[in-house]
Design a protein. Structure first.
Lengths: 323, 313, 563
């Protein structure tokens, strides 16, 4: 068990190093950093000075190490476009994205599991079939269309909810939150539904197919043959076995929520990291892209580690050695 | 049960028509309708130049005076009629949709084929040879899988954009999109093919082929590949829907097909600007087409997965 | 018949399918008496398991009981509601499944699963339920029951898990237990223990047992009454002694005739002629064009010396920390020209690994495989190709040994074309001839494997194996996946191959009576080691090694069979 965890941590570090290499290569090879930082009017001395300052004259591995060193300290340089420290911009934007992602994730996971279990148990029921058919529309509707649709309906036509921005936010020592004001909460409704809906449908469909798979297993037949009630079989025996694979998938889905936040933020002009990233791609603002990449990699890797620990909690085969 | 009676072997067509899969297809209204809609949309995209009333990207055929004509109403200035209305530039929405769908489908199909070929090759190699080959390929897949594919696609797009010189960016955009979506999607194929290959590799018919002395390459292509293709078919169908959506999403975000070669996503991006001022049709019809396309392909994939899964029978 | 506790009367099960109404169980009747074990025997697809599922109300949709009645202790139960039937399941009628590895929920401890079932049926407090659970574990002879109560299923061996399954079936003192092939997945030694346990429990607790099996040995050793089923129908009902010793129905007669006898060797097995299954094969016709090879050096075709195989158990980057499991440990034997050499052993004994190393499917970790005087292990690629042309193999599972995406004709032609023995045109004629000689109807070459039954597929495998006119044939459990009547047919073909074509064979099996019928000499393996090699008649009459003696003693005697 301990060696399993150590191996996972080792793998995570490896992932981060690879991502770091990608981010660094972007810095180094995509576009010319000198071109990007100095304008048209520049002298040879300017170029040399900057080259030295950035360490571009050093060998590649040294540059990579220096980049990593900077990255660990949160130093990603200056945005080409805004001329401010990247870390500063990111920190300012992070709370908006994280609040949106957290609310959507809770929505998607709770509803997704509940509906998935329901549609698996009532496999041939009318309601379950209806939910399943609707869910296919949910999977086929791109997130941005859901967003536009909701805005059109609730903001333009009904004028109930705001169509863009975070509303009023409260500053809690560097962390701005929209959860404490009425307008902040109102602003959160549409974006979080937009972001959560697609993930919810995915989770629901996955839970359903995993559960159906489990319900076909011999030990479920045997439980039935012992006369256990359907409730016990479904919610005790089947659900726990379903959760083993589902936990992994939900971990990946959490990562997807952070990624899909980019789209939602664009549609709702939500001032988060995703919007920042999209603008960075459009203007080839490499430091922002690289920093964003590193930051969310850390998040993904952390989520995956937590999933692994949860996994061991659910599955005794990982905890106790077999015969 | 008897061995003595002679039954002639049926022809290939007869086999297909008699198969359980075709029977399931024939008797499933969902499968029939979604296949019909998909075929219809693909054909109208392929034959867009013949069906479309105008070529919307030929500046000569455009008349700015025709701008913002609502559907099925004559234009206030020119009196011209447009089935689905026109956009701000006076382009016929019906024609732009046909041409847009062409781009969407082209990008989607090419990206999926690219991802599929890459995934099958890597998956077969990893599953068949195991050991270090497997470790390297599957670790790479794991690392990539940590990141949602849409993000990987965005990133590849961003990097490629940075590398291409500005004057070529618009021309290259479509190919960069294909590369980005294709590279973000190969992992699905590789994982499934690897898993299936490992199962097939353990079966005795592969041992029998070894025993005959067939070389590894022949065993992989002749024996294993045909037996791992049915899950690949399912994933390819579902991936096509996902690729179309991914393309639309990237184009909508402004990091995909350029306005000079608009896909359905680009059209929706353009239409969104006019939604709140009342010109709903510029967004509505492309959005409906996108939904119809994605939904019918998804329904087909979903049905195919259930039909090919022997355990659900 | 008044003391019957469970009585099945004229039950028919229907499954509506695309091709019309399918009746896997037709008009089946039998009674269960307390304390008595009734065997239900038949070949696969005979409807024996389906009847068991029908009794307990576990038929999968859309299968259902369309006619007949089931009475339990004077109460009719086939027409009860799902909820009422559930109360009877586990309480009055329990079930034991075939595969103990999948019958227990892997995420709950054995104790949790027992206590849950006990509380459900007996309404005991948690403490009392635990006491009873431990009593039950004791009753099925699980050592250290208190400790084992808190362990998970994966910490138990296969035989121990089946004991846990039996304990679960006993939770509420049921009056009937339906055991569906309860020992098929277990090794002979474990099988005997589990059957003894079932016998003892039935007697001591007066439980009526329905024992569903395909194995005549199990029937002979365990049951008092037998019901023989064929194609969904009961063809014979009676006491075990009567049915085995003096079968009335022609199907039962032919079935029993096909069972390999442990005590005398027969020249050919009687063919099962019931239900039009007769197959004509003409191996002797092939002998005319068969090029007889020169005798091997010193008359020894194959000599295995100190053969060893290790599998990596746990890989590690540091070579010294990698742990290995020795599957085959220093095994030596030789096979003479024209001989059938048998290797017998339980699962995990390494017998198949030996076969696969000889076939060059596994790398050899130590020792030599000398074929006609030259060592296969150290051969270069060219010699190896020549070696492979002279050996062939027949596998256990007829469903996985043929590529499902290739036509039968292509499958049989592949070795001919690969070794450039014949051109494509000539190969077609040769393949048709081969398929005809193993008894397949004309036109078989244009069909796919799934269009054939298990026995037919095994004959296709044989056709492929003899296409290149090999000298040496490796048979790895060639009949263990087949019904007994089909087994007789395949064994007869193999005997023909030896007799008419002079093939030398290595015959791997776990089934002692089959080995006795087939082999001239036999080696016994256990845990990777060859314990003894001797003449098969000597081995069966006077085993030297105690393990061999134990295996022989566990072998069903089938004394009733021949009066």
């Amino acid at each position: 068990m301990l060696s399993f965890m150590l191996r996972r941590v080792g793998q995570s570090i490896l992932v981060l190093l690879v991502v770091g290499l990608v981010a660094f290569s972007m810095f180094r090879f995509v576009g010319d950093p000198i071109d990007n930082m100095l304008g048209q009017e520049r002298t040879l001395e300017d170029i040399e000075r900057l080259e030295q300052q950035l360490g571009l004259d050093r060998p590649f591995p040294v540059q990579y190490l220096r980049f990593l060193e900077g990255a660990i300290q949160g130093n990603f340089g200056v945005s080409y476009r805004q001329g401010r420290e990247v870390s500063e911009i990111l920190l300012e934007r992070a709370p908006a994205t994280l609040e949106l992602a957290a609310v959507s994730a809770v929505l998607a996971i709770l509803l997704g599991i509940a509906l998935g279990v329901y549609t698996a148990i009532r496999r041939d029921g009318f309601v379950a079939n209806f939910i399943m058919s609707t869910s296919l529309i949910g999977v086929s509707l791109p997130t941005f269309l859901i967003g536009i649709l909701l805005i059109y309906l609730f903001s333009v036509e009904l004028n109930w909810l705001p169509s863009f921005g975070r509303g009023e936010v409260v500053d809690l020592g560097g962390w701005t939150t929209g959860l404490l004001t009425a307008s902040g909460l109102k602003s959160l409704i549409l974006p979080s539904i937009t972001l959560g809906l697609y993930q919810m449908t995915l989770i629901m469909r996955l839970v359903r197919s995993e559960m159906l798979e489990v319900l076909r297993q011999d030990y479920i037949r045997f439980a039935r043959a012992r006369g256990l009630a359907d409730r016990t079989i479904h919610f005790r025996h089947a659900l726990k076995n379903t959760l083993v694979p589902v936990v992994t998938i939900i971990g990946l889905q959490l990562g997807a929520i952070i990624a899909f936040a980019i789209i939602t933020e664009t549609v709702f002009q939500w001032p988060g990291m995703g919007l920042l990233f999209i603008n960075a791609i459009q203007f080839v603002d490499i430091p922002v892209m690289a920093a964003y990449l590193m930051l969310i990699s850390v998040m993904f890797v952390a989520i995956n580690l937590i999933v692994d620990i949860l996994y061991a909690f659910i599955d005794p085969r990982l905890r106790v050695a077999g015969k | 049960m008897t061995d003595v009676t002679e039954t002639p072997a049926p022809t290939r067509l007869r086999r297909i028509l008699d198969s359980d899969l075709f029977y399931a297809f024939r008797t499933s209204p969902v499968a029939l309708i979604s296949a019909l809609v998909t075929m219809f949309l693909i054909l109208s995209a392929v034959f867009a130049p013949l069906i479309a009333t105008t070529n919307p990207f030929d500046p000569a055929s455009l008349n700015l005076m025709n701008g913002f004509t609502p559907p099925m109403e004559p234009n206030a200035f020119t009196g011209e009629n447009f089935l689905l209305g026109t956009d701000d530039q006076g382009r016929d929405v019906f024609s732009t949709i046909l041409y847009g769908m062409r781009i969407s489908l082209f990008v989607g199909v090419t990206a999926v084929v690219f991802a599929m070929v890459l995934g099958i090759v890597l998956g077969l190699l990893a599953g068949y040879f195991g050991g270090w080959t497997d470790t390297i390929i599957m670790r790479a897949a794991d690392v990539q899988l940590t990141f949602p594919s849409i993000l990987v696609a965005m990133l590849i797009f961003g990097i490629a954009k940075g590398i291409t010189p500005i004057e070529y960016r618009d021309q290259m955009a479509i190919w960069v999109l294909i590369l980005a979506i294709g590279l973000s999607d190969w992992v699905q194929f590789a994982r499934v093919v690897r898993g299936a290959t490992m199962v097939e590799k353990g079966k005795d018919y592969v041992a029998a082929a070894h025993l005959i002395g067939r070389p590894s390459f022949a065993i992989m292509i002749r024996h294993i590949l045909p037996n791992v293709l049915s899950p690949v078919l399912v994933i390819a169908t579902i991936s096509l829907a996902l690729a179309i959506i991914a393309e639309a999403t990237l184009s909508f975000l402004g990091i995909g097909a350029p306005p000079t070669q608009p896909s359905l996503g680009t059209l929706i991006r353009i239409g969104q600007q006019f939604l709140f001022s009342g010109e709903w049709w510029i967004l509505f019809f492309p959005a409906c087409t996108l939904l119809a396309l994605a939904l019918s392909v998804n329904l087909l994939g979903d049905w195919l997965r259930d039909a090919l899964n022997p355990r659900l029978k | 018949m008044t003391d019957a506790i469970l009585s099945i009367r004229n039950v028919t099960v229907e499954i509506p399918t695309r091709h019309g109404l399918f009746k896997p169980v037709k008009n089946v009747s039998y009674d269960i008496v307390p304390g008595e074990i009734r065997g239900v025997v038949g070949e696969s697809g005979a409807g024996k398991s389906m009847t068991g599922n029908a009794i307990i109300g576990l038929l999968d949709d859309p299968a259902h009981i369309s006619e007949g009645e089931i009475w339990l202790k004077g109460q009719r139960i086939d027409n009860l509601s799902a909820e009422e039937l559930r109360r009877i399941r586990g309480k009055e009628i329990s079930m034991i499944f075939q595969d103990p590895l999948t019958s227990l929920n892997p995420l709950f401890t054995v104790g949790e699963q027992l206590v849950e079932t006990i509380q459900l049926h007996l309404g005991l407090s948690a403490g009392d339920a635990k006491t009873r659970a431990i009593e039950l574990l004791d009753a099925v002879s699980i050592p250290n029951s208190t400790e084992r109560f808190d362990q998970y299923p994966h910490q138990f061996s296969g035989g121990m898990r089946q004991r846990v399954v039996i304990a679960l079936a006993l939770c509420s003192e049921p009056s009937v237990i339906i055991a569906d092939e309860p020992t098929t997945a277990l090794d002979v030694s474990i099988q005997a223990q589990v059957l003894d346990l079932i016998k003892q429990l039935a007697r001591d607790r007066s439980i009526g047992v329905i024992l569903v099996t395909h194995d005549m040995g199990v029937i002979a050793e365990t049951t008092e009454q037998v019901t023989v089923m064929y194609a969904g129908e009961v063809v014979e009902n009676g006491t075990t002694d009567q049915v085995l010793g003096a079968p009335m129905h022609p199907y039962t007669q032919s079935l029993i005739a096909a069972v390999p006898r442990p005590h005398k060797k027969v020249h050919r097995f009687p063919q099962v002629s019931y239900g039009g299954r007769e197959t004509v094969f003409k191996i002797e016709d092939l002998a005319r064009n068969w090029t007889q090879s020169k005798p091997s050096k010193e008359g020894k075709m194959l000599e295995v010396k100190g053969l060893t195989k290790r599998f990596v158990e746990k890989a590690s980057l540091i070579p010294s920390r990698t742990t290995y499991f020795t599957a085959v440990d220093n095994v030596s034997f030789d096979i003479k020209d024209g001989e059938v050499f048998g290797i017998v052993g339980e699962s995990g004994s390494g017998k198949s690994t030996v076969a696969r190393m000889i076939a060059t499917l596994y790398e050899v970790d130590g020792g030599e495989v000398v074929f006609d005087g030259s060592d296969v292990v150290t051969m270069d690629a060219k010699d190896r190709a020549a070696y492979r042309k002279q050996i062939q193999m027949i596998f256990q599972d007829p469903f996985s040994s043929l590529n499902p995406r290739m036509k039968v004709g292509e499958i049989v032609a592949e070795p001919l074309i690969h070794h450039k023995i014949l051109g494509r045109g000539q190969a077609v004629t040769r393949v048709a001839e081969l398929l005809d000689k193993v008894g397949l109807a004309r036109g078989a070459e244009d069909k796919y494997p799934h269009e054939f039954s298990g026995g037919q597929r095994q004959r296709i495998s044989i056709a492929r194996a003899i296409a290149t006119q090999p000298r040496f044939l490796i048979c790895d459990e060639p009949t263990s996946a087949l019904d007994v009547s089909i087994q007789a047919q395949i064994l007869n073909i193999l005997k023909d191959l030896q007799e008419h074509l002079g093939l030398t064979m290595l015959f791997i099996s776990h089934d002692l009576p089959v080995v006795r019928q087939m082999c001239d000499r036999v080696g016994v393996m256990k845990m990777g080691q060859m314990l003894e090699v001797s003449d098969s008649e000597t081995l069966f009459s006077a085993a030297k090694h105690p393990y061999t003696a134990e295996l022989l003693q566990l072998m069903p005697q089938l004394a009733q069979l021949d009066g």
